[in-house]
Design a protein around this ligand. Structure first.
Ligand code: FDA
Length: 408
């Protein structure tokens, strides 16, 4: 026996729940199928348990995609202010941490509870522990079947629906239920996939660099980071932004917000350059005639901008020999261009998000509907739209979810 409904959403994460409640508010019968035991698991662990649910400055420029214009339409029609209004309606207290990043004062669970309540009010049914084993479309030409364009075989029964929304996320954190399911469905319906890669992910250093730095694991410093891409390798009009945030040394390499941000732009073989003292002339005091020019003086100056053990190691590893003005200028330049060619990343196991995904050229930017199969939608992280760190990814999940929910 097949159960008929209007809309099935596969994936009860941020994007899927948002799409479901939006479609439900329009009077559509909506069923969410989530294969995990609970909905919104990534929301629960996000933002260190406080969920950085949006960024007040979110714009299409804050997203990576093979088509940088794709996100504009959805982002313009569902603004951070719209989500803030929803959060306020539910009396959830929040604060801006930094750079427009909004976090719950209490717990990320409040966001999941809010979405669940909104879904409930909109009559959305949510089924957890549901494994979808087959998705079939009604054969072309069967015009009478528009209310049942898709047929699903699942562990909780068989369903037929007019609209199918794929919101199953990307590949990051497989142990939390991430699967390639969305890509498989996309391929089944003739879509191309932009190769998925880990993004917002710690970088691993080469064995030599690890030896030189990684016993300082746990130390951090504010820095500016930017991936060095040779002009010839840049895509047309590609812009590689520089980020200014904290850098953290880890057992295997580098992490911290500034590294996660840069990692989304990094490709194998490229260097990442760090300015360890942005906007400062750290060794300027040594230029004065009467100043000491030796390792102790260098260390003393550097301690103003770096933790003591980091400063000491930097001086030792630089092994300065030339104490002339030119030699000091070279050291200063090196401090503003501390560069590494990472050996790799920590992979999907540690990546906050997945770069790449369903190619946006085959989706309608206004509705997220497939151009290959009527009634089929892709939203959230499964799509080739990836945000910076800082609430941008949830804003994309909400906005793309609303777009699909208003159309499906
Ligand atoms: P999401 O992954 O949220 O949901 C997909 C759902 O589909 C999951 O519930 C999954 O179990 C389910 N699913 C998968 N395959 C399925 C199948 N075959 N059948 C049925 N269900 C299936 N972003 C941000 O803006 N601010 C933040 O603070 C953070 N913090 C953060 C921390 C950590 C540790 C991570 C890993 C990620 C973040 N993010 C973030 C990123 C953010 O969590 C992410 O971008 C969104 O959750 C993406 O929403 P989606 O709904 O697209 O996927």
């Amino acid at each position: 026996m097949q159960t008929r409904t209007d809309v099935v959403v596969i994936g009860g994460g941020a994007a899927g729940l948002m799409a479901a409640l939006e479609a439900g508010r329009r009077g559509r019968r909506v069923l969410v199928l989530e294969h995990g035991e609970q909905i919104g698991r990534k929301i629960l662990i996000s933002g260190g348990g406080r969920c950085n649910f949006t960024n007040t400055g979110a714009r299409a420029e804050n997203y990576l995609s093979a088509n940088p214009h794709f996100a504009k339409s959805a982002m313009a029609r569902y603004l951070p202010q719209d989500f803030i209004a929803l959060v306020q309606k539910h009396g959830i207290a929040f604060h801006e941490k930094t750079l427009g990043q909004l976090f719950c004062d209490g717990s990320a669970r409040q966001i999941v509870t809010m979405l669940e309540a909104e879904c409930g009010e909109a009559g959305v049914q949510i089924q957890c522990g549901a494994t979808v084993t087959e998705v079939r479309s009604t054969p072309a030409g069967d015009a009478g079947q528009v209310d049942a364009r898709f047929h699903l075989t699942t562990s909780v029964g068989d369903f037929a629906c007019e609209s199918l929304i794929i919101a199953s996320g990307g590949l990051s954190i497989p142990k939390m239920g991430a699967t390639g399911f969305g890509y498989d469905v996309a391929r089944q319906f003739g879509h191309s996939i932009i190769a998925p890669r880990p993004a917002l992910v710690p970088l691993v250093l080469s064995a030599d660099d690890r030896e030189r730095w990684c016993d300082l694991s746990g130390l951090s410093a504010e820095s500016v980071a930017q991936v060095e891409r040779k002009a010839a390798k840049k895509d047309r009009n590609e812009r590689i932004p520089a980020f200014r945030e904290q850098l953290l040394i880890t057992h295997r390499g580098l992490s911290g917000p500034v590294v996660l941000q840069a990692s989304s732009y990094w490709r194998e073989g490229e260097a990442v350059r760090f300015d360890l003292a942005p906007g400062q002339d750290v060794f300027a005091p040594l230029y004065a005639k009467e100043s000491r020019r030796d390792l102790a003086a260098l260390f003393f100056a550097l301690r103003e901008v770096l933790p003591a053990r980091f400063a000491e190691r930097w001086v030792r590893n630089m092994d300065p020999q030339d104490w002339t003005n030119a030699g000091l200028a070279r050291l200063e330049a090196a401090l503003h261009a501390w560069a590494f060619v990472p050996a790799g990343t920590e992979g999907f196991a540690k990546a906050e998000v997945t770069l790449g995904g369903v190619d946006t050229r085959e989706l309608d930017a206004r509705t997220m509907e497939s151009r290959r199969a009527e009634g089929l939608y892709f939203i959230g992280e499964v799509v080739d739209v990836t945000g910076w760190l800082g609430g941008y990814n949830f804003q994309w999940a909400w906005a793309s979810g609303v777009s699909a929910g208003q159309s499906a």
